[in-house]
Design a protein around this ligand. Structure first.
Ligand SMILES: *Cc1c(COP(=O)(O)O)cnc(C)c1O
Length: 363
């Protein structure tokens, strides 16, 4: 049996270090916003190349608080890709803003910069990019548009911890960026967690208060804030796992290269990766496309290979967004109908990748 992702095995590699870090945390007697979170924030900001990092309870809150901190709300429009995980879009709705869906590029699956400009109106305030499946978006044309129309650029980095665009890490490619540390992400906690990275000091100070009831000093409240703090417990684990993130991403890359060089089946479209210096895909997911997805998935299941679909229903077809159900986003719909994610993880071996490849080639 080749599992899609073996979380237990991923974490047990660091059992000793995680246990030690957890013991230190337990014995400290300080369980909310202490040394663990402070250390992790510092290390993660350094890793991403930003001045600041703020630990939060999850990725959705990170996205939503960024929008709020920039003063974007009721009636404002934010551009977002039409094929993303629903959280990117929910964060916009949560602030009373209007998500404006833009189709992706069929080759990279990321937002198509050429399709953005026609969707910009006088109410547009920001572009939210999503570095989907672990590959950074084509940021230069997006940042140029943002400059031309005076828009903010927010990054959803929930699937791309460590990915690089022109020598810079994601998280440092726009005005502010959101990360998720949900257990299955490339950098995963033992529960929910998230963070924001950014360089603007004023917004940073505001976000630090917003996550903590809008308060900088106990019982003094500057804003109508929320409780969305990264737990010390998770920060203690994330500090350990961050040290191995680049190595883990390299293992994912090796698996991806193996698949890309060895899967040869005319019924299957492989992911196309932009190849250039200073770009690096971190392969949160290895996503193929095929016309008869159900048949291929059943064939792989019968061979003991677990696959998943990211994602089966596009956001504009969700019940939650009934108002969009009749709109047409043909590229997104095609992607959602055809995609299948193969097993990939830092604990997967090339022998397993070879078994997956063989099963696909004989299909
Ligand atoms: C996982 C994910 C999120 C949400 O993160 P949570 O921590 O689960 O709230 C947001 N955007 C994308 C693209 C994701 O994959």
């Amino acid at each position: 049996m080749i599992p899609f992702l073996d979380l237990k095995q991923i974490n047990m590699r660091h059992e000793e270090e995680i246990t030690q870090s957890f013991t230190n945390f337990l014995h400290s007697g300080w369980y909310i916003l202490g040394k663990q979170v402070e250390d992790f924030e510092k290390q993660f900001a350094e890793y991403c190349g930003t001045k600041y990092c703020i630990g939060l309870a999850n990725g959705l809150d990170a996205l939503s608080l960024i929008i709020r901190a920039y003063g974007i709300g009721e009636g404002d429009e934010i551009i977002v890709p039409s094929n993303t995980y629903i959280a990117s879009i929910l964060a916009i709705s949560a602030n009373g803003s209007i998500p404006i869906l833009v189709e992706p590029d069929l080759l990279s699956y990321n937002i198509d910069p050429k399709a953005i400009e026609e969707k910009i109106t006088s109410r547009t305030k920001a572009i939210m990019v999503v570095h989907l499946y672990g590959q950074a978006c084509n940021m230069d044309p997006i940042n140029e548009l943002a400059e031309k129309y005076n828009l903010k650029v927010f990054e959803d980095c929930a699937q791309a911890h460590g990915a690089i665009y022109k020598g810079k890490r994601v998280g440092n490619l726009g005005n502010a960026a959101a990360f998720s540390f949900y257990p299955g992400k490339n950098l995963g906690a033992l529960g929910d967690g998230g963070a924001i990275t950014l360089n603007d000091e004023e917004i940073y100070m505001q976000l630090k208060a917003l996550r903590n009831y809008g308060s900088h000093r106990k019982y003094e409240n500057l804003y109508k804030g929320v409780n969305s703090r990264l737990d010390e417990l998770h920060a203690a684990v994330l500090k350990v796992k961050l040290k191995y993130l680049d190595d883990d991403n390299q293992v994912r890359r090796n698996i991806a290269v193996y698949y890309s060089q060895n899967i040869i089946n005319p019924a299957v479209t492989l992911p196309l990766v932009e190849q250039a210096d200073g770009l690096s895909h971190v392969w949160h997911l290895y996503v193929i496309r095929t016309n008869d997805r159900e048949r291929l998935q059943t064939h792989l299941t019968n061979k003991g290979i677990q696959t998943l679909i990211h994602y089966p229903i596009p956001p504009h077809k969700q019940q939650a967004y009934r108002e969009w159900n009749d709109e047409k986003y043909p590229i997104s719909e095609k992607i959602h109908n055809q995609v299948l994610s193969l097993p990939i993880s830092p604990v997967m071996t090339l022998e397993d990748a070879a078994k997956v490849t063989e099963a696909i080639n004989e299909y």
